[in-house]
Design a protein around this ligand. Structure first.
Ligand SMILES: [Zn+2]
Length: 319
C-alpha cells in the first residue's frame, strides 16, 4: 500500500482503530488485562472498552507499540508505510521532513516500529548459511573513502579481536529468512547457542567459512565448509546469501543513516531482517506488519527497562 492509499483509507483515528481491532481481536474483543470477553464499548474517539470482569478500561493499543504516545494512529500508519516502502530504510530526519512531526517523535516511533518487526517464532531449516560481519570502526584515513568502504564492507582479518568493531553473527536459510545477533565474543559456546535458538537441526545443513569457532557447531548440525583462501563457492557450498545480506545492510546504513550506534544497532538490524524476509512478499504489507507488531507484547513489557540488545535477546534467545 502506498502513502496515498494509506492517507485515503486510514485518515482518521476511528478507521485505524477498526483495522487494529480486526487484526488483534477478530470478532471477539477481549480484555487486554484479564482476557474476559464480557466487555462494554465506551463511545468515544479513542475506541475504549470497559471490562465487566476486572473493571478496568482498555483500548486495542494497550500493550502494543502504539501505547502511551501522543502521535495519532493515522500518523503512525504513515510512518510505518514510509518505512515499509523504503528500499533499505528511512531516517527519522526524513520522516520529520515528510510528515511535519518533531524529530524526537519520529525517532521514537521508528524505534518502536522496529520492535514491531521482530519475528521471534521463525526457526530456520534446510540449507542455512552462517557468517559473521563487523560493523563500525575507524577508517584508516578519513580522507580516503575507499578505505572507509573496506572497513564497513569486509570482515577484518583479525576477525574482530583487537579491533573496536562490533561483531554481528547472521544466519540465513536459502530462499528463506535471515536472523542476526550481536555477539561480543565469538566463542564456540555463544555461536552454538545462537544456532540452537534459531535453527532446527533435522534435515538441515549448515554452510560456513573456515573460521575455527564454527567447527563446534557440528555437535548440533551437519556442516559443509567453504575455504575462502581457495575459492568462493563449490557447487552448493557457499555463503553468498548471507554475504549479500551484509552488503545490503551496510549499504542501507550508509545510505540512510551514515552510521548507527552499537547500542541501537540490534534494532536497525531487525528492520533490515524484516525487509530481507519480505523481499518476495506481494500482499498488503501494512497489514502483514500490523499482524506481527500487535503480538509483540511480551517484548514490549520490557521496552522501557531493557536495552535494544536485550529486547532482541528476549525475542530471539539470550545466553
Ligand atoms: Zn478485564
Amino acid at each position: 500500500m502506498n502513502l496515498i492509499e494509506v492517507n485515503k483509507n486510514y485518515n482518521t483515528q476511528a478507521k485505524c482503530l477498526k483495522l487494529l481491532t480486526e487484526i488483534r481481536f477478530g470478532k471477539n474483543v477481549r480484555c487486554t488485562f484479564c482476557g474476559s470477553t464480557s466487555i462494554k464499548s465506551i463511545r468515544n474517539e479513542q475506541g475504549r472498552y470497559s471490562c465487566k470482569n476486572c473493571k478496568k478500561s482498555f483500548s486495542v493499543i494497550v500493550g502494543t507499540i502504539f501505547e502511551d504516545t501522543r502521535l495519532s494512529l493515522p500518523k503512525w500508519f504513515q510512518i510505518i508505510t514510509l518505512m515499509l516502502n523504503a528500499k533499505s530504510s528511512v531516517s527519522a530526519k526524513e520522516i520529520q521532513r515528510n510528515l511535519g512531526i518533531s524529530y524526537k517523535t519520529a525517532y521514537y516511533a521508528c524505534m518502536r516500529i522496529r520492535v514491531g518487526m521482530l519475528m521471534p517464532e521463525t526457526k530456520l531449516n534446510g540449507i542455512i548459511e552462517m557468517d559473521e560481519s563487523y560493523f563500525g570502526g575507524k577508517a584508516r584515513s578519513q580522507h580516503n573513502i575507499a578505505d572507509n568502504d573496506v572497513s564497513l564492507a569486509t570482515a577484518s582479518p583479525k576477525r574482530g579481536r583487537g579491533t573496536n568493531k562490533v561483531s554481528v553473527v547472521g544466519m540465513v536459510q536459502r530462499k528463506g529468512n535471515v536472523k542476526t545477533k550481536l555477539i561480543d565474543k565469538l566463542t564456540k559456546r555463544n555461536l552454538l547457542f545462537m544456532l540452537k535458538s534459531n535453527a532446527k537441526s533435522d534435515n538441515s545443513i549448515l554452510m560456513t567459512d573456515g573460521f575455527k569457532s564454527y567447527k563446534e557447531l557440528e555437535t548440533y548440525i551437519d556442516r559443509l565448509v567453504i575455504n575462502h583462501s581457495k575459492e568462493y563457492s563449490k557447487g552448493i557450498v557457499h555463503i553468498n546469501t548471507i554475504e549479500g545480506f551484509w552488503s545490503y545492510v551496510k549499504n542501507g546504513i550508509k545510505g540512510s543513516f551514515k552510521s548507527v550506534s552499537k547500542k541501537y544497532l540490534p534494532l536497525y538490524l531487525v528492520e533490515f531482517e524484516w525487509k530481507f524476509n519480505h523481499r518476495n512478499f506481494k500482499g498488503n504489507e501494512l497489514e502483514k506488519f500490523l499482524k506481527n507488531a500487535l503480538f509483540q507484547e511480551k517484548e514490549l513489557e520490557h521496552w522501557k527497562a531493557q536495552s535494544p540488545k536485550q529486547i532482541k535477546e528476549i525475542a530471539y534467545g539470550s545466553d
